[in-house]
Write a protein that binds this ligand. Sequence first.
Ligand code: NAD
Length: 335
Amino acid sequence: MRESKGTVAITGGGGYVGSVLVPDLLDAGYRVKVLDLFLYGDKIFDRYSSEDGLVCIKGDVRDPSALDDVFFGTDAVIHLACISNDPSFELNPALGKSINLDAFGLILDALERSSVRRFIYASSSSVYGLRGELDVTEKSPTTPLTDYSRFKLECEYKLQEWNNSTGVIWTIVRPATVCGYARRLRLDLTVNILTIHALENQKIKIFGGKQLRPNIHINDMSRVYRLLLDADKESLRRQVFNAGYQNDTVENIAMKVKTVIGDEKIELEYVPSADTRSYHVNSEKIKCQLGFEAQCTIEDAIRGLTDAYRQGLIQDGLENPLYHNIKRMQELVLQ
Ligand SMILES: NC(=O)c1ccc[n+]([C@@H]2O[C@H](COP(=O)([O-])OP(=O)(O)OC[C@H]3O[C@@H](n4cnc5c(N)ncnc54)[C@H](O)[C@@H]3O)[C@@H](O)[C@H]2O)c1
C-alpha cells in the first residue's frame, strides 16, 4: 500500500476541472474519492483504479446518503459539482437551484456528521458582475447578474453563516474563466470557444471585443486547489481568494488564437454586441498569502487545444454535446 497524504473527496470531480485535478492529486500522493453524476461521461478515469487510490461513486450531491458515503473517512472536501454555466442553469432553473443552492445545505449538514477537517468551495469570479474598476479584489462589492452567479454567492453566505460545531476550516475560491485542454473538455468557455471556432471554421466571430475577461489555465487551476490542500490551516480559515491570471480583451484573445494556430486564413469577424460585461480580477491576495504564481499563459492553453485537435483528440468540437454543457443538459433532461 503506498503512503498517502490523506483522503480528498471531490464532488463534481468528473467535470472539466476535476478531470485534471483528480489525476494531479493522485500523482501528489492523495487518495481521492469522486462523487459525480458523470453527466459528461464516466470513462475519464479509466486508467486509474482503487490501487492508485481512486474511488469513483456515481451519485448525486442532493442525496444525503451519497454524501455520507463519500465523506466517511475523508480529510478534505473540494466542492465542484454544479450546473456550471448560465445557459444550462436557465434551461431548468428549478433543477439548477436544487443542485447549485439547496444541495449546499445538505453538504454542510453532511460535513457536520463527518471526519472532514477542510472544505474548499468553488465559487466564481462572476459573483462580481459588471464592475467599472480595473482591479476587482475580494473586498469589491458583489453584484451577480444571473441566477447561476447569485446562487454561487448565496452559497458563500451560507458558509459565512454556518454554525460549524466541528471545526471544519473552510475556504472560498472565486476562479476566473478556465482555459486549456482536459480529458473532459469544455468548449463553451471563452478561450476554448474561440480556439475551436478557428480550428474548425477558420473564422472567429468576435461579439463586441473590448470586454475584459479574466482567465486561468486549467493546470494552474488544479495547482490552486492543491495549494489550498497543502497550506497551513490558519492561512485558509474563512478566507476568500480570487484565482485568475491574465485579464485580456476578447479581441486580444482572438488575435492570440490566430497567432498561435499560425494560419493566415483565419478570419476575425466583428459582430456588434449589447453584452458589454467587462471585468478585471485581481489575484494578488492568493499570491501574497499562499505564494500562488500562475505558470501557464493563454497562449499555452491555445497551444494545448490545438495540439489535441491535431492529434484527433477533439471530435466534432462545435457540436459534440460532451463539450458543450447546454447541449448535454438539453439531451439529458435531468430531474
Ligand atoms: N470552468 C470554469 O471556467 C469555472 C470558472 C469559475 C468557477 N467554476 C466552478 O468550478 C466548478 C467546476 O467547473 P467545471 O468547469 O469543471 O464544470 P463541469 O460542468 O465540467 O463539472 C461539473 C461536474 O458536476 C457534476 N454534477 C452536476 N450536477 C451534479 C449532481 N447533482 N451531483 C453530482 N455531480 C453533479 C457534473 O456531472 C460534472 O461532472 C463549478 O462549480 C464551476 O461553477 C468553473
